[in-house]
Design a protein around this ligand. Structure first.
Ligand code: G3P
Length: 215
């Protein structure tokens, strides 16, 4: 499974890249709003640091405007993927952009049918938001699992990005259902890495090493 970082924070992205585990990045307006600097500079710098896909969200609401905005985003760097919320106008834009080889990540997906429509319109990625479904009392992972199955049933090229991940178990579950990608906040990435038994083990080895003679 590929791991994308769900952040626009360059410090976190650089750290993740040093770990050697970042296959891509997803941003959205909320994540960009937390950072200093201009939108374009942030995206260009992320695209310099990460060679994989970097999702950049469109905020226009009419298809013709979304298409213009997406073309402009796509010019920022070769690895930009335009993120478009699933809706009538978004589908129209996706259909046009995919024919221009501009990759689309269809976002704010909460049902299998939304994912199916987006895939048929030519989207490269679909992003089911499992945490936000969990928040509403649904089993978000089940929707992601069904999306993976449906896309596999028809051998569609669209890849599933499990998004709105809130904790390490979400990442494990995404891998178990065979999702192509999990997009993970840096805080979750850190939790994936750490285990108290590892910390205790390292501490003990270091203390015991101090007792070894002739080092
Ligand atoms: O990529 C954005 C998505 O992961 C949103 O996550 O935590 O705001 O539901 P969250």
């Amino acid at each position: 499974m590929q791991i994308f970082l769900d952040t626009a924070n360059l410090e976190q992205i650089r750290e993740g890249v040093e770990w050697g585990i970042v296959d891509g990045v997803t941003t959205n307006p909320t994540l960009i709003s937390k950072e200093e600097g201009s939108f374009q500079e942030i995206i260009k710098e992320i695209c310099n640091v990460v060679s994989g896909p970097v999702s950049v969200e469109c905020v226009c609401t009419q298809s013709q405007d979304i298409i213009k905005e997406a073309r402009s985003h796509a010019k920022l760097a070769p690895n930009v993927v335009v993120k478009i919320p699933i809706c009538r106008e978004g589908l129209k834009a996706t259909s046009v952009l995919s024919k221009e080889n501009i990759k689309v990540n269809t976002t704010l997906v909460f049902s299998v049918n939304q994912a199916l429509l987006a895939a048929k319109a030519g989207t490269r990625f679909v992003s089911p938001f499992i945490g936000r479904l969990d928040d509403r009392g649904h089993e978000g992972l089940d929707i992601a699992d069904q999306i993976v199955t449906v896309l596999e049933n028809y051998e569609m090229e669209t890849e599933v990005i499990v998004a709105s991940i809130r904790h390490p178990l979400h990442v494990t579950e995404a891998a178990l259902i065979g999702a192509d990608i999990a997009t993970v906040p840096f805080s979750v990435l850190e939790k994936m890495l750490r285990h108290p038994l590892t910390d205790i083990g390292i501490d003990k080895f270091l203390k015991d090493w101090d007792k070894v003679k002739g080092r």
